[in-house]
Design a protein around this ligand. Structure first.
Ligand SMILES: NCc1[nH]cc(CCC(=O)O)c1CC(=O)O
Length: 332
């Protein structure tokens, strides 16, 4: 197709407020890229209902099944009903279906978890003894219970706004949410406190988006390449490699966060002489037991994202994560 003809690119999204908002933000960025690069694309939003959206009343960890929020969207991509799809990276399963790929990982906002709390409480440490904390995430409850066994975890589900409402309707002291979701919604002022990563390691890919497309769609692939943020891509690749290697189901508390390490100028120069420059990645990963009585953590550094993810998974398995995973699989 010549670049003079217009192409309508159909963008698939879930219909939650967050999904629609972040899809709108991605389309704004793509429109800017199109103006800058003189590309004749127009974008059209297609809302898709997923299985995960239909079963908001049951605890997701009971229903299980990977990719509850993405299957229908992936099918629409494969069928050509849509041309690209905006996902929260942390909702994306490790494996891409044949024919699909992650075309871009835009710049990550914040990987951190945060607390929205009752008025007057401004830090995690200030939560009173026995405080009721709302979350549906095993990863969050395990890590918070590990440092504060007195906390009462209440399992709550729903969209961000309904979870915040439950703070009042269910008389909770705090709810735990991803900071990035609140930032995207423009609700940063609701954040009472951030939870330091040394207390709560975030979910794999938290705060990042993944833009999925068909492998065969060269135009969309070239467009998405312009939206990609290389540093985010590298860190997310390391985290997701850990996810793939540990083969954790959503019944096991796991988390991982990679950052790029600032290096001495001399180290970088030495590397470039050998050819390609790969940044130094520091990956932190945890596997825990659901009750928060066991929490295994490793920190490793390396320059190859996939290898680093596999190494840290092997290290965790060797130090006891294998037993935690085996126990969960027995109970299924
Ligand atoms: N679990 C659901 C979910 N999936 C993506 C986000 C938003 C944050 C992100 O993009 O990682 C959230 C809400 C939350 O965990 O608070």
């Amino acid at each position: 197709m010549s670049q003079n003809a217009w192409r309508v690119i159909k963008v698939g999204t879930r219909q939650s407020q967050l999904a629609l908002t972040q899809t709108g933000q991605v389309i704004d960025q793509l429109n800017d890229i199109c103006i800058h690069h003189r590309l004749n694309y127009r974008f059209e939003v297609h809302k898709i209902v997923t299985k995960g959206d239909k079963i908001l009343d049951v605890s997701l960890s009971k229903v299980g099944g990977k990719g509850l929020f993405v299957k229908e969207i992936e099918q629409a991509l494969l069928d050509g009903v849509i041309d690209l799809a905006v996902h929260s990276m942390k909702d994306m399963p490790y494996e891409q279906p044949t024919g699909l790929m992650n075309g871009a990982t835009p710049k990550r906002l914040s990987a951190q978890d945060c607390l929205v709390m009752k008025e007057g409480i401004t830090s995690f440490a200030d939560l009173p003894v026995g405080a009721k904390v709302g979350t549906s995430s095993l990863r969050r409850s395990c890590q918070l219970k590990y440092v504060r066994p007195d906390l009462q975890i209440e399992f709550i589900r729903g969209n961000i706004d309904s979870r915040i409402r439950k703070l009042h309707t269910e008389d909770l002291d705090a709810v735990v949410l991803a900071a990035a979701g609140l930032m995207r919604m423009g609700w940063e002022d609701k954040i009472s406190a951030y939870i330091a990563e040394d207390i709560c390691v975030p979910a794999v890919g938290q705060g990042a988006l993944g833009i999925q497309c068909r492998e065969s769609d060269e135009q969309v692939r070239a467009l998405l390449q312009l939206l990609n943020d290389e540093q985010t891509e590298i860190t997310v690749r390391a985290e997701r490699s850990f996810l793939g290697a540990i083969e954790g189901s959503c019944q096991v508390p796991i988390g991982a966060q990679a950052i790029l390490v600032e290096e001495e100028a001399s180290d970088v120069a030495e590397l470039s002489e050998q050819g390609t420059y790969y940044p130094l990645i520091e990956l932190t990963a945890i596997v825990g037991s659901t009750d928060g009585s066991v929490l295994l953590k490793e920190v490793m550094r390396g320059r190859h994202p996939e290898q680093l993810g596999e190494e840290i998974a092997a290290q965790l398995l060797a130090s006891g994560a294998d037993r935690i995973l085996a126990e969960v699989n027995l109970n299924q």
